[in-house]
Design a protein around this ligand. Sequence first.
Ligand SMILES: Cc1ncc(COP(=O)(O)O)c(C=O)c1O
Length: 401
Amino acid sequence: MSDSRSSNFGAGPSALPEPVLQEAVRGLLNFNGTGMGIAEISHRSKEFTAFLAEVERQIRTQLDVPPTHSILFTQGGGSAQFSAVVLNLLARHRLLHPDLTDDERAMDYVITGSWSKKAAEEARRLGGGKVNVAVDARPHSKDGRSFDNIPAHDAYTFSPDPALIYYCENETVDGVEFSNDEASPASFPFHLLPKDTLLPLVGDHSSSFMSRPIPHLADHAVIYAGAQKNIGPAGLTILIVRKDCIVDVDAATKLGAVPVPLTMAYKTLADSSSVYNTPPVLSIYISGLVLLRSQELGGVKYYEELNKRKADKLYSVIKAGEEKGLLRAKVKEGSRSLMNVVFDVLGEGAEARFLSGAEALGIKGIKGHRSVGGIRVSLYNAVTDEQTDGLVAYMNTFLAQ
Ligand SMILES: Cc1ncc(COP(=O)(O)O)c(C=O)c1O
């Protein structure tokens, strides 16, 4: 690593692999031998079209996405998807069940942290259906009001035929993540979902996408992720959409559904191979380079192992800090995120000392989200073992003092 670069543990935008950045610099000057930089070339050029198809192919093969699902690219980030999933899946539900009232059109939300809470608020704001909170993790927390756990399976109540069932796989702010081990009580309760139907299951995978395989991928209606955690720069949102959820939204509007802006309709994106309008070319390019590198390294299996190893090291030093009464993990064991590790540094002025000591060593981006405070270390794919070891060594020294 070049000497001037810090160890970036930021939550997003976040670290990217240095070899990719070096390659991107070359592409900024001359993309694939065209004599034009990637930020200067037409998104309809044959070179960019071929690159976009390769990005799609990489996601499809590395995540084993079946032919029942389309891979789409768009802008607007995770926040735009809070709205888009509601609008598209309400339109689908309207076409399937035109005679139901809005109150009879349930939208089930699994609320395990700040992002799923925000998504549910947007669904409520948009209307056209009724939000049913399938579970809220806060009453199951240590203090009755925090997002510090994935609730046990018997806490969930799903509607019989909802328009959508929404969850967030990894809560970036709160450091809570569903386990991908089905035997774990912190796994997503796939077995409790309505049977004998194409599930309208929506997963926000923004901060865990490509960090490990996705359980039950084929059962999802929509999986989406903003690129700016594990994949690339901000500006790109990746969608995996089951084809029956790519519906004629205007036909649904004629039956009374909320109208869907064209740029948010999955059909617009699918019909135009994700270039209805100018896509975030540079972000797609860097994301593509990251994915090609990921393939060379062994894909999501490689990252799953690496990420687990990094998280284990960090949680071990937090445990040692807890035994000394100097640190406190914020999330219950079993529900802890491999991507965003959150903890408190205890004692008067200790957090500020911890942060300034880290900063002096070039360890950056570890201040917790403004809404919850504390420390948050993000261990996305591009964070290396060595950088994690550097942080752990610093924490050990801090604890020893
Ligand atoms: C899990 C999750 N969902 C959604 C969002 C919102 O994404 P954006 O800022 O791209 O709108 C974020 C942002 O950090 C996130 O971490």
